[in-house]
Design a protein around this ligand. Structure first.
Ligand SMILES: C[S@@+](CC[C@H](N)C(=O)[O-])C[C@H]1O[C@@H](n2cnc3c(N)ncnc32)[C@H](O)[C@@H]1O
Length: 292
């Protein structure tokens, strides 16, 4: 049974799906360019650079795919993209966009699912062979929303073929927006200010992080603050960024610690209507599963 943070994420992103691409157009464009510039850093066995010895198609798992940003970014380097997302509305937009781009549905499609539910180690809808054997699993902006990031990493790595790569873009540690003296903007993608100190400002009482504290329901949040968080998506965030040591530990524990590396992608700005610009320092992290 999904916990409350998962249900809040599903509800929030269902509502966000229709406008997600237009609201984040600049960010998506910049991330797309940076990630494409770094396909060698990611180092998957891309179809263009290293054809698979066994002739199997090169498959990308776009986990927490949203509307498909990473599938569009990396689609040219693989034979097939399969997206999985908690939100049915995001899945619908993903599939609509693939169809609009005239990509055959067998080559790019998404399904609704959650690989990180502790009570459901093998979701029935995701047991088919098509959901295994990925050369790369990519997760864009998803990990800071997961109720159990470590479990998610492990379950995703299970879906990789030997030698497959896990790649993540997300935020370096940053202050919670309510703690952040000089910046009270709100956005699920960027509230507060990316300090890049290499430490996590920690779990704030307004947030939910079952992985670290188990306090799935905040008790001290005011009603007004809660309403604001529900509007801006703050309530869907479980972790305010990841440090390099945390990432290394997570990749290693998940079984993708080989060739682990983190690329600092620099600061990215976010802006929503009527709100101040906010910044996040972003990383691209990658690690490889053992080849045997
Ligand atoms: C910030 S969006 C990122 C979407 C996309 N990857 C991108 O780069 O634009 C986060 C996505 O994570 C999804 N998500 C949150 N929790 C999830 C979970 N446990 N399993 C799968 N998807 C999840 C949300 O539905 C949402 O589509």
């Amino acid at each position: 049974m999904a916990n409350s943070i998962t249900l809040q994420n599903q509800d929030y992103f269902n509502k966000e799906a229709a406008t997600y691409d237009s609201r984040h157009a600049d960010l998506i464009q910049r991330l797309t360019t940076t990630i494409r510039d770094n396909v060698d850093f990611i180092g998957a066995d891309w179809k263009t650079s290293n054809a698979t010895p066994d002739g199997e198609p090169v498959k990308l798992l776009d986990y927490a795919c949203g509307t498909g940003m990473l599938s569009r970014t990396l689609g040219d380097y693989v034979d097939q993209c399969i997206g999985i997302d908690l939100s049915p509305q995001m899945v619908e937009i993903y599939n609509t966009r693939a169809a609009e781009e005239n990509i055959p549905s067998a080559a790019r499609y998404a399904v609704q699912g959650d690989l990180a539910d502790p009570s459901d180690p093998s979701p029935a809808a995701l047991t088919g062979p098509e959901f295994y054997g990925f050369a790369i699993a990519a997760v864009g902006g998803g990990f800071h929303h997961f109720a159990h990031p470590g479990l998610a990493a492990t379950r995703i790595v299970e879906r990789l073929r030997p030698g497959g790569v896990l790649a993540i873009w997300d935020f370096f540690p940053h202050a919670h927006d309510h703690d952040d003296g000089d910046n009270h903007g709100h956005d699920h993608h960027g509230h507060g200010h990316g300090h890049g100190h290499g430490h996590d400002h920690g779990h704030h009482k307004h947030t939910h992080n079952p992985d670290t504290t188990g306090d799935d329901e905040a008790t001290t949040t005011t009603t007004a603050a809660h309403k604001s968080e529900e509007r801006d998506g703050t309530h869907t965030i479980t972790k305010h960024g990841f440090s390099e040591p945390e990432l290394r530990d997570m990749f290693t524990a998940a079984g993708a610690g080989h060739e682990f590396a983190v690329l600092d992608m620099g600061h990215y700005s976010f802006k929503r209507d009527g709100q101040r610009e906010m910044k996040r320092r972003m990383f691209l992290a990658k690690g490889r599963k053992g080849r045997d």
